[in-house]
Structures are given as C-alpha cells and as structure tokens.
Design a protein around this ligand. Structure first.
Ligand SMILES: [Zn+2]
Ligand SMILES: [Zn+2]
Ligand SMILES: [Zn+2]
Length: 129
C-alpha cells in the first residue's frame, strides 16, 4: 500500500504512546485529529469490550470527543465486532419494552419485545448446538 506521491516522512504522533504513525498505517483518528497507533487502538478497543460501562462509548482521552464508530470498527476483528454490536444494541435498547436474549453457547443474540419473549430461546446461528 505504498503511494509514491505522498510524502513518506509525514507522520503523526500517537497521543497515547507518542510513537510515530505513518499515513498508511492502521490507526484510529478522533474527530479533532488525534491519532492512536495500531497498538494503542487495539488497547482502546479491548478496554471498551472488557469494561463497556466505563469505556463505552469510545472517546478520545485527550479531548474527550466521542470517536467515530467507523474508525473503531474498521480495526476490529470479527469476534470483537460481534461483541461491540451487542453493546451498541444494548445502548439503544429500551429496557422497559424489550430484552436482550443471548445464546449461552455462541455470540448470537436477539432483541425481543418483552410482550413476545418466550422462555424457549432459539439460536439462529448456523452450526450452533
Ligand atoms: Zn500508540
Ligand atoms: Zn482527540
Ligand atoms: Zn448459539
């Protein structure tokens, strides 16, 4: 992914660990332009997934601006994205009206209306159970 025309010595400093980030590298950019290098982005993603109450929604710790979700999700692997999707769903969940049903065997989940919740949960993930 080398682009010969762009100046290769142009880099940003990671606001987290102060390492140098070059244009083509995987990174998270906050809305005001702070950059997180790949390692720190990974750390940020992990912290949000392991401690969602404290660390979600993702925000830049430098300027406290909420991160653009697409910046975060582009660096997530598939299983991280699944968990994140669940947290996002929970965030918008109206707890008075609906409930999150989770498969105990895989990461499949469903938002059910409380009035329609049955005790039998059917996992719709192919290959599960
Ligand atoms: Zn860093
Ligand atoms: Zn920032
Ligand atoms: Zn399942």
């Amino acid at each position: 992914m080398d682009s010969p025309t762009s100046s290769s010595d142009e880099y940003k400093e990671c606001v987290c660990c102060s390492c140098e980030i070059y244009g083509g590298e995987k990174q998270i950019l906050c809305p005001t332009g702070h950059s997180f290098c790949y390692d720190c982005s990974e750390g940020l993603i992990q912290s949000g997934l392991s401690d969602p109450i404290k660390c979600l929604p993702y925000a830049c710790f430098k300027c406290s601006k909420k991160m653009d979700v697409s910046q975060i999700t582009k660096l997530m692997n598939k299983s991280q994205a699944e968990i994140f999707k669940k947290y996002q769903a929970l965030e918008t969940l109206d707890k008075k009206k609906s409930k999150l049903m989770e498969c105990p065997f895989c990461n499949y989940f469903e938002i059910c209306e409380l009035s329609k919740v049955s005790n039998i949960f059917q996992c719709k993930q192919s290959g599960c159970k």
